[in-house]
Each structure stands twice: as structure tokens, then as C-alpha cells.
Write a new protein. Structure first.
Length: 349
């Protein structure tokens, strides 16, 4: 088998790095869209390049490498691609033309990625009435549409809801980084019948895309933190020697390197598995690694930096903040382990 990456993915990664280096942080999302780095993942029917999740992953990995805070993860992997794979393309042109943001409400209080959500949709005249609470919703305040998993007639369903609809309330909640998550409440919200964009299969696909996207961003994030750390211990001297020449330091760097390479493999596998009709457990393994090993590895990077790692003028604090937010996005250590164990039990039966 040939595992050589598609040259177009390499070019997308290079262009993403170039845009990150040139655009101010406040203008980065618009610059990414204008450079065609969002449409590369979208279907040809909406003027995209049809590279799908692999194209999105190439962009997200580079954004993670710079710990860049943008709505790219939410828009691509929680919004645009779930809609495209479910056959609903209507909101996608506005992402390309107007820099529109999309997102999804993956979690409920005390329940990450619920298989049967407590949020409900009841059929009503001309559409549905939605009730429930979602938490940890990224970029909800800026979003044009929020994908909302609900229980509809006893089965999971997926709705695309305009967050400005009467009855929807959005509250910012604490987060580690600048892109804080939101609590989104639906108080008997009326939505049209066209808001229904998928069934249980679409909900499962949304969850898989979200995990794979988070793993791709985390892949770049840890690689970027490792690069900062290697540069620091190579240049910083103690007792007349570079820190990198001390055995204990070299061992710590090696641990971070091993975590980084493992996360890279898991992220690539999770993206590849999205093209298979019968997914393996790679996505859940990647989620567990993001929730447990990513924060631990970046903690090692902080340790190797000493006090410099906590300096607001030095970028490492952005990497640890992003790692905390990603760990929460994938459900946290205990939840990811439960999901992984559940998949193994189901496969053994």
C-alpha cells in the first residue's frame, strides 16, 4: 500500500502556514477563507475542491502547530462536513462567500456525545419544537447554524438551528483559551421542517468528524509545543552547557516526542477511517489520547521551560490552554475511556 500523502494536502498545509505567518490573529479566519483553505474540504457542488476530511485535517494540523484560535475546527468538522456528508449543502456557500461560521452542540450536562440525547424535537405544525440544554458548544455566538443532536420520536436526529431563533439562549462559559465554549438552551424553539438534516447515522458521523478534527488540531498542537521546547533546551545553558545535553532533559523530550508521533498516527488513522463505512476504534483511541496524553505531554514542555513557559509574552501558554479545551471537546479522560471500552465490548459481541 502507498501511504504517500496527496501532494495537494502538502500544498494546503504549506499555504496554511504561510497565511498564519502573514495574517493578524483577528483577521486569520477571513484570510483562511479568502485563500481557499476552507473550500478545499467542501464538495465540488459548492465550488469546493472535494478533499473532504483529509483536506480539513491538513489545514487544522497547521493551525494547531501555531496554536491559532479560529472557528476552522468548528466550521469544517462540526458544521460544513457533517452537512455535506448528509447531503445538505444549502449553508455552505455562505461559508465561502461571507466567512460564515458553523458549529455543533456535541455535549449535554454530564453527558458527552450522547447516543440518545436528552434534548428533544417534537413534530409540530410546519416543523419541530426543540427543547433542551447543550454545553461546551464552540463558537456558538458567532455561528450562523448550530447542528443539534436531538431525540425525535424515540430515535436520534440532527437539526440545523439558527441560534438567533426566538427561544434560543447562548451563555459564554469559562474556558482555558480565548475561544470560550458556550451553553446553549432551547426553550420550546420552533424550527421549520427543513431544519432536520439527518438521522442517527448523521449524528454518529458528526461525532466521528468532531473527534477526528480535534485529533488533527491536537497533532499539530503537540508538534508545535515540542518544536518550541527543543529550541529552548538547545539554546538555554545551565552550568555552562545547553540544557539539551543533560540526560534527564533528553529523556523528557523523548517522552514528548513519542507522544507526538503516536498522536500523529492516531489522528491520521481517525481521518482515514472516516472514508470507511464500518469505522474501527481508532477515533476513540485518538480521543482518549487527546484527553489524557496531550495535556500531560504539554505539561512536560512547561516543566522543561521552567518559568518561561508561564510568561504571557511567550507562546507556550497558548498551547496548554488549547490542549485543555481540546480535552474537554472530546469528552474528557473518563468519558473517552468509557466510549472506547464500549466499542470493544460491542465488537467482541
Amino acid at each position: 500500500m502507498d501511504f504517500t500523502p496527496d501532494p495537494s494536502l502538502h500544498e494546503a498545509a504549506e499555504l496554511t502556514a504561510l497565511v498564519i505567518g502573514r495574517a493578524p490573529a483577528s483577521e486569520l479566519w477571513a484570510a483562511l477563507v479568502d485563500a481557499g483553505l476552507v473550500e478545499i474540504a467542501l464538495p465540488a457542488d459548492v465550488r469546493g475542491d472535494d478533499l473532504g476530511p483529509a483536506g480539513a485535517a491538513a489545514v487544522l494540523t497547521e493551525l494547531g502547530r501555531a496554536a491559532a484560535a479560529t472557528p476552522a475546527l468548528a466550521t469544517l468538522m462540526l458544521g460544513a462536513l457533517p452537512l455535506a456528508r448528509a447531503g445538505h449543502l444549502e449553508p455552505l456557500p455562505r461559508v465561502i462567500d461571507d466567512h460564515a461560521v458553523l458549529t455543533a452542540a456535541l455535549h449535554e450536562p454530564s453527558s458527552a456525545f450522547p447516543s440518545l440525547p436528552r434534548a428533544t424535537a417534537v413534530r409540530s405544525a410546519g416543523g419541530f419544537t426543540v427543547a433542551g440544554v447543550k454545553v461546551g458548544v464552540p463558537d456558538a455566538e458567532a455561528a450562523e447554524r448550530v447542528l443539534v443532536p436531538v431525540t425525535l420520536s424515540g430515535s436520534p436526529g440532527l437539526l440545523a438551528v439558527d441560534p438567533r431563533t426566538p427561544g434560543v439562549s447562548i451563555m459564554r462559559t469559562p474556558g482555558a483559551g480565548p475561544a470560550a465554549p458556550y451553553r446553549v438552551s432551547f426553550d420550546e424553539v420552533s424550527v421549520p421542517a427543513s431544519a432536520l438534516v439527518g438521522d442517527a447515522a448523521a449524528v454518529d458521523d458528526l461525532y466521528r468528524l468532531a473527534v477526528a478534527g480535534a485529533a488533527s488540531y491536537a497533532d499539530g498542537l503537540l508538534a508545535g509545543a515540542l518544536a518550541l521546547t527543543v529550541a529552548h533546551v538547545g539554546a538555554r545553558e545551565q552550568f555552562g552547557r545547553p540544557l539539551a545535553t543533560f540526560q534527564a532533559v533528553a529523556q523528557e523530550v523523548a517522552e514528548v516526542y513519542l507522544a507526538s508521533r503516536t498522536l500523529h498516527l492516531l489522528a491520521q488513522s481517525a481521518i482515514w477511517q472516516l472514508s470507511r463505512p464500518d469505522p474501527a476504534t481508532d477515533g476513540e483511541i485518538a480521543a482518549y489520547w487527546v484527553a489524557t496524553e496531550l495535556p500531560r505531554a504539554i505539561g512536560r514542555c512547561h516543566h522543561l521551560h521552567g518559568g518561561l513557559g508561564l510568561d504571557r509574552d511567550y507562546p507556550l501558554h497558548r498551547y496548554s490552554a488549547a490542549a485543555s479545551d481540546l480535552a474537554r471537546l472530546v469528552g474528557g479522560p473518563e468519558n473517552t475511556l468509557d466510549r472506547l471500552g464500549g466499542q470493544y465490548v460491542c465488537s467482541s459481541n
